[in-house]
Each structure stands twice: as structure tokens, then as C-alpha cells.
Design a protein around this ligand. Sequence first.
Ligand SMILES: CCCCCCCC(=O)CC(=O)SCCNC(=O)CCNC(=O)[C@H](O)C(C)(C)COP(=O)(O)OP(=O)(O)OC[C@H]1O[C@@H](n2cnc3c(N)ncnc32)[C@H](O)[C@@H]1OP(=O)(O)O
Ligand SMILES: NC(=O)C1=CN([C@@H]2O[C@H](COP(=O)(O)OP(=O)(O)OC[C@H]3O[C@@H](n4cnc5c(N)ncnc54)[C@H](O)[C@@H]3O)[C@@H](O)[C@H]2O)C=CC1
Length: 309
Amino acid sequence: MAFFTHHVCRALSSSAVRNVVIKHVTIIGGGQMGAGIAQVAASTGHSVTLVDTNTDILKAAVKGIEGNLKRMVKKKFADKPEAGEEFIQKALQNVSTSTDAGSVVQGSDLVLEAIVENLKVKQDLFSGLDKLAPAHTIFASNTSSLSITDIASSTNRLDRFGGLHFFNPVPLMRLVEVIATSATSQETFDSLMNFSKMLGKTSVSCKDTPGFIVNRLLLPYIMEAFRMYERGDGSKEDIDVAMKLGCGYPMGPFELSDYVGLDTMKFIMDGWSADNPDNPIFAQSEMLNKMIAEGKLGKKTGEGFYKYK
Ligand SMILES: CCCCCCCC(=O)CC(=O)SCCNC(=O)CCNC(=O)[C@H](O)C(C)(C)COP(=O)(O)OP(=O)(O)OC[C@H]1O[C@@H](n2cnc3c(N)ncnc32)[C@H](O)[C@@H]1OP(=O)(O)O
Ligand SMILES: NC(=O)C1=CN([C@@H]2O[C@H](COP(=O)(O)OP(=O)(O)OC[C@H]3O[C@@H](n4cnc5c(N)ncnc54)[C@H](O)[C@@H]3O)[C@@H](O)[C@H]2O)C=CC1
């Protein structure tokens, strides 16, 4: 019944608002996810403004995008290097940067955030931008596992708010989870689905439930690997090899954790343990806390479970 009501409500709202064709995108957060999403959006013909509070991060993001495009073009345009160079230049021309989100959202069809995994910080960002962005602009979050409903509650555009959850590394991972809350309009959902398609991704529709689909299954698996290692039941190397060769996974759980970033893993974990204090799956990992206190955040800092120098 609830399902029926929800869909009827979405259908009713559909007559009032038209679908937004997303061409101009503001991406907030120039870290690994924001830069990856910017790369894919720019190479598929969207104009992108990448925003971060830190100018060094923005410079590194643009440099990274250029480097990645060069790698991709080498293979894709092996026989046509000039066309490859033109592709790179076109994509780069589609990207501009800013340290002030408020001053760039006016021209945006979509504002997508990929900043730190913290509810209050995301809410503060969106509540400020809600007053500045045009009425038609869709807001979306790339959160790994925070509730989209909670993030959206800081705005007055609940019908134009959804989740767009990309996977790392964005240029290579083919999935996007598109999340509709009970207030997301059908038009907004369709626009987000369409945008994902334009980026060349396959999308799945998710409810606004903790961890959506992928992370609800991935998090218990990774945490169980941590516990095995903490108990001394296996070395991290053996656990990684076992899962790669035994299950065909491209990375083992420790390699993947380093790749995601151990600080991000902890932000995600802390949210889940606060919401589920009695569930042992989400209990704190002393090992993870210690590594973070020592500044070992994974690949991005040169050391996590493994060294990358
Ligand atoms: C407790 C909380 C837990 C929850 C965590 C939550 C985080 C989230 O919210 C959701 C997530 O994203 S979870 C992470 C999902 N990602 C994965 O599982 C990645 C697993 N790894 C892989 O798939 C491959 O190792 C991978 C695709 C990475 C690399 O594949 P290969 O090993 O075959 O790699 P390479 O041989 O190095 O590269 C293959 C070709 O791709 C090019 N390339 C690599 N990186 C690139 C990038 N970033 N951009 C563009 N091109 C790139 C590379 O140059 C190579 O090209 P060719 O040489 O021409 O073949
Ligand atoms: N790392 C991963 O594998 C994945 C992460 N995510 C989610 O994407 C989001 C970003 O993750 P990462 O890119 O890994 O983090 P990151 O730490 O690489 O980048 C976050 C960036 O946001 C910037 N930032 C923080 N607050 C800001 C603000 N108020 N305004 C503008 N910029 C701000 C920081 O300077 C930093 O450059 C998080 O919500 C995370 O849970 C989702 C899928 C995969």
C-alpha cells in the first residue's frame, strides 16, 4: 500500500514540473570522487564547475583529470592521436574550478556534492545553496551511506533532491546507484537516471535505506575481514589473496579499504555504529582507529594497510 501511495504521489507531481535535462553541473568536493565524476561528466559533453575549499586540491584534481584522460586516449584513439588530443582539450575546456559554490550555482541544472561524509557538513552546504540556486536545479548527494532524506531536510527542495552514488574509481566503475526518497519527484528521479545514462553508466534504482544496495553488503564483508585480521585468524595479505583468487574480486578487502580511504571508511562506520549501537557488525575497530590516528589513511597518504611509495 505504501509503495502504491508513494508512486501515485510521484505520478501526481509529475504534471506540474518537467524533466530537467542536465547540461550544467556543479560538483562540490574535488577529492577522489568529485574529480572522477567531473572527469566523466566533462568527457561526455557536460559543462562542469568543480568546487573545493582548497585551491591545491583543485589544481591536483585538474592535473589528475588530464593525466587520466591521456591514459584513456592512448588506448581509445590509438590510431588517431590527433582526434585523441582534440577529445582531451574539449573535455578540459568543459571543466572550470571555484572555491565559492554560492557564486557558481546560478547556472547549474545539477548540484552534486562529494564532500566529507558528515551529515551536518553536508546539510550546512545544501541549506546555504538552496537559497542561491535556481528553482529548477536538482540537488544530489554522492554519500556512501548517510540518509538522503536527512541531508535533503536542510533544504526546501525535497522534490528536487536525490542520491547519485558513484563508485571508485569513477571513470572505470560502471555503476551508479540512483536514490529516490519518499519526497523525490518522478521528474527528478528520471532526470538523474537520464544523467547517469548520458555519463555511460548503468544505473540501479535504490530506496533510501542505509548503505543503499552495494554498501549494505560491502560494509559487513570488509568489517568481518578486519575482525579476522585483528583476531589473528589470517594475515591481511592472505585474506586479500584468498578473496581475489577465491571469489574473483579485483581487490581484496584491505587493498580496497586503502583505495577507498581509511578516513572515509571510518566516517561511514561511525555513522552506522551510532545508529546501530548493539549490532556487533558495526562495532568499532581499534586497528582502524589507531591507523587513522597515525595518519595512515590508505593510498592517498602513501600508507594504509600497505605502502604506496
Ligand atoms: C567500511 C565501509 C566500506 C564501504 C566503502 C564505501 C565506498 C563507496 O561508497 C563505494 C565504493 O566506491 S566501493 C569501491 C568500489 N570499487 C572497487 O571495488 C574497485 C575494485 N578494483 C577494481 O575494480 C580494479 O582493481 C580497478 C578498476 C581499480 C583497476 O583495474 P586493473 O587492476 O585492471 O587496473 P589497471 O591495470 O591499473 O587499469 C586498467 C586500465 O584503466 C586505466 N585506469 C586506471 N585507473 C584509471 C582512472 N582513475 N581513470 C582512467 N583510467 C584509469 C589504466 O590506465 C588501464 O588502462 P590500460 O592500460 O589502457 O588498460
Ligand atoms: N572514497 C570512495 O571510495 C567513495 C566515497 N564516496 C563518498 O563521496 C564523498 C567524498 O569522498 P572522497 O572523494 O573519497 O573524499 P576526499 O576526502 O577525497 O574528498 C573530499 C573533498 O571535499 C572537500 N570539502 C570538504 N568540505 C567541503 C565543503 N564544505 N565545500 C567544498 N569542499 C569541501 C575536501 O577539501 C576534499 O577535497 C563522501 O561522502 C564519501 O563517503 C562515495 C563513493 C566512493
